[in-house]
Design a binder for this molecule. Structure first.
Ligand code: ADP
Ligand code: MG
Length: 352
């Protein structure tokens, strides 16, 4: 009896198993297909466009659910970039920076956002002990003219122009009035404006709930959210000597990466390449650092600090970065033809 009962029980359980497999397997397949289709749809919608802006190229790359209407938002982003390009370019007549540079002692009234950016620029000068200085423009012009006329500037010329440089002499007064304390002073936001512009687009995207995107304004990069399949965006740090080679691959999420280097923009004099980044203290182009990469929560911070690190050099630069939270960096120096890399404490964790 017990055997039969057992047998009977066995039979019915096997039947149940077959029955349940018959139902469960198709159900699983259906669920998988549904999930697969859903994911496929999510991955399919991609927006990518490149435009010539800021004397370079800007790329916006967004991943979005196809039910979202992102084109209007992206258009708003491009509009904002163009607006900033005019307002912050020292050479664009009618823009705020050009007006400040013409104003002299009396000063000129600027918009709230320009005023705030100037204030933050002065804070970066304090933080970097003058390595970052937006009043460096007279020296930038001196070196650009020297390259144009192929004449190395003599020491007196550098000393004289240097008198017009100094962030302490840029005055930010009440009612958004900006003025200079020394005649002939000029500002240049070239080392921070692209970063600021990228952050402005990030703000527009965040307000409109676009989470997964990538913006590259000629080396000033911001990676929002994730790339496909929940992977982080990857950013390759180029070998300053060989653009086709990548030194490090970084995994970035909701952060900015900027590289300043003299391999793309430089001054050529007497057959030698000089950096387009000037040391405001010596008055001469910075020498030694061939690339500096900064990872920071905002593109503005990454932009300003990467320029400053080129002036500060590997040792001092990394010391500063290690004293700041949520900021990492790699500085590459040319030591008699050999590359020396300096990395901040937390930099390794970002490497793939
Ligand atoms: P890039 O434009 O190649 O990304 P940067 O962000 O480093 O490079 O900005 C370099 C520009 O900033 C220069 O072309 C010059 O106009 C200006 N600049 C040069 N030296 C300094 C400096 N020490 N501080 C602030 N701005 C600088
Ligand atoms: Mg910069």
């Amino acid at each position: 009896m017990p055997t039969r009962i057992n047998k009977g029980l066995e039979d019915s359980s096997t039947k149940n198993k077959i029955f349940s497999i018959k139902i469960v397997v198709p159900l699983l397949i259906a669920a998988f297909l549904l999930f697969y289709n859903f994911n496929q749809k999510k991955e399919l919608s991609e927006y990518k466009e490149t435009q010539a802006l800021f004397g370079s190229y800007v790329t916006i790359h967004c991943l979005y659910d196809e039910r979202e209407d992102i084109l209007g938002v992206v258009e708003e982003g491009w509009r904002r970039l163009k607006e900033i390009q005019i307002s912050m370019n020292a050479l664009s007549v009618g823009g705020y920076v050009a007006r400040i540079n013409k104003s002299g002692y009396d000063g000129v009234q600027v918009s709230d956002d320009v005023y705030r950016l100037l204030k933050r620029s002065l804070e970066f000068s304090d933080l970097t002990r003058g390595a970052f200085d937006i009043t460096v423009f007279p020296l930038v012009e001196l070196w650009k003219n020297a390259a144009r006329s192929r004449q190395f500037p003599d020491e007196t010329a550098v000393t004289n122009v240097k008198k017009k440089v100094g962030y302490q002499n840029l005055k930010l007064k009440n009612d958004n009035i900006v003025s200079f304390k020394v005649s002939g002073m000029k500002i240049d936001l070239g080392a921070i404006a692209k970063g600021y512009a990228v952050d402005e687009v990030v703000k527009i995207f965040t307000k409109n709930k676009i989470k997964n995107f990538y913006i590259d304004a000629g080396g000033d990069i911001y990676c929002g959210g994730k790339y496909k399949k929940k992977k982080k965006w990857t950013v390759g740090v180029q070998d300053p000597r060989n653009k086709t080679k990548i030194i490090d691959v970084l995994r970035i999420e909701d952060a900015a990466v900027t590289t300043s280097g003299n391999y793309e923009r430089f001054i050529s004099l007497n057959g030698k390449k000089y950096s387009h980044i000037i040391d405001p203290v010596t008055g001469y182009p910075q020498d030694g650092v061939i690339s500096s990469t900064v990872i920071a929560p905002t593109a503005e911070k990454a932009d300003a600090l990467s320029t400053a690190l080129s002036v500060m050099g590997g040792k001092k630069g990394i010391k500063l970065i290690n004293s700041l939270s949520h900021v990492e960096a790699m500085i590459i120096e040319d030591k008699g033809g050999k590359l020396k890399k300096y990395r901040s404490k937390g930099y390794k964790k970002l490497k793939k």
